[in-house]
Design a protein around this ligand. Sequence first.
Ligand code: SF4
Length: 349
Amino acid sequence: MNARVSIDDARELWLHATDEELQRLAQGVRARYHEPNRATYMVMRIINYTNVCVAQCDYCAFYVLPNRPGGYVLSREAVFAKIDELLELGGDLVGFNGGFNPKLPLDYYCDLFAAVRARYGDRVEFYALTVAEFVFLADRAGLSYPEAAARLREAGVHWVTGGGSEILTEDFRKRHAKWKYTVRDYFEAQRAIVESGLKTTATMVIGFDETLDERLEHLERTRVFQDQCLRDGFEGLFSFLCWTYKPYGTAFGGTEISPREYRRHIALSRIFLDNVKHVRTSVLTQNEAAFRALDFGADDFDLPIEDEVTQKAGARIDLDLDGLLAIPRRLGYAVEYRRAERPGALVGT
Ligand code: SF4
């Protein structure tokens, strides 16, 4: 099947296609970009530099309000120690992710990222911020999104990922995260990030109370964004990563979705996002079950060694990396380490 599926087609597939049908269609789209029996991975660490946050998303078990006990900001030495440990474990990708801390100005971030770049060069690549944090920082600094992106580039940043997107519908934002950003802000910011020459990704989180139509709207907005990027000569979204909501310790609560539902959603995403090269499966939230998604259209995964945000909500991290890698191999995949792109061409362009 090479024709693009519509939202109505996707709804039909979700409601009526068997697992085998979804799998076959998804693997067909995967094969346009990747060898069938090959998958790539990275060893990475999320560094949660601060847990102080004013956004108060009801699905978050991580944040502490300003001036309350338990709030922290990591020292630079603590950040370096975490990166050193990641390197010792064979990883080379850091994702910085923290709360919306009103006491940390944009200069704090630029200084931190410049220090990481100066100390590690290209031995480590890092996802500097999520789009959600980027929106908050730019607004607080009184900068336009292009101006904020330029400041990050000057500090040696290459990547601002599409994290913090959860479900990109205005109604979902109002129900669960009304102080975080609007969907319109999110995509305006991400477009500025793309235009500035920084690299970026798409993400999604499922398993809250979102409806099928909201999931489809999220996928549609992502596909349209990528169409526009490609039309205008930009690479746009490097990848699409979907993970699952962990409900433990959150105000919203709830239960986790099943691995089967996750696999079906990965398949539907692979089929629908025919313009995004990589679809990534979440070992962080699905553990061993994540690897089955390689049979449902995913081609890439992370092996994370830390992420306090999801761990606080119940995620379990397995540091037996060899044991984890044995699972996709048993499924028939040759797995290869993928170094994060070091887009040297970006510097100064
Ligand atoms: S999800 Fe992020 S923005 Fe929302 S409350 Fe938690 S730390 Fe803050």
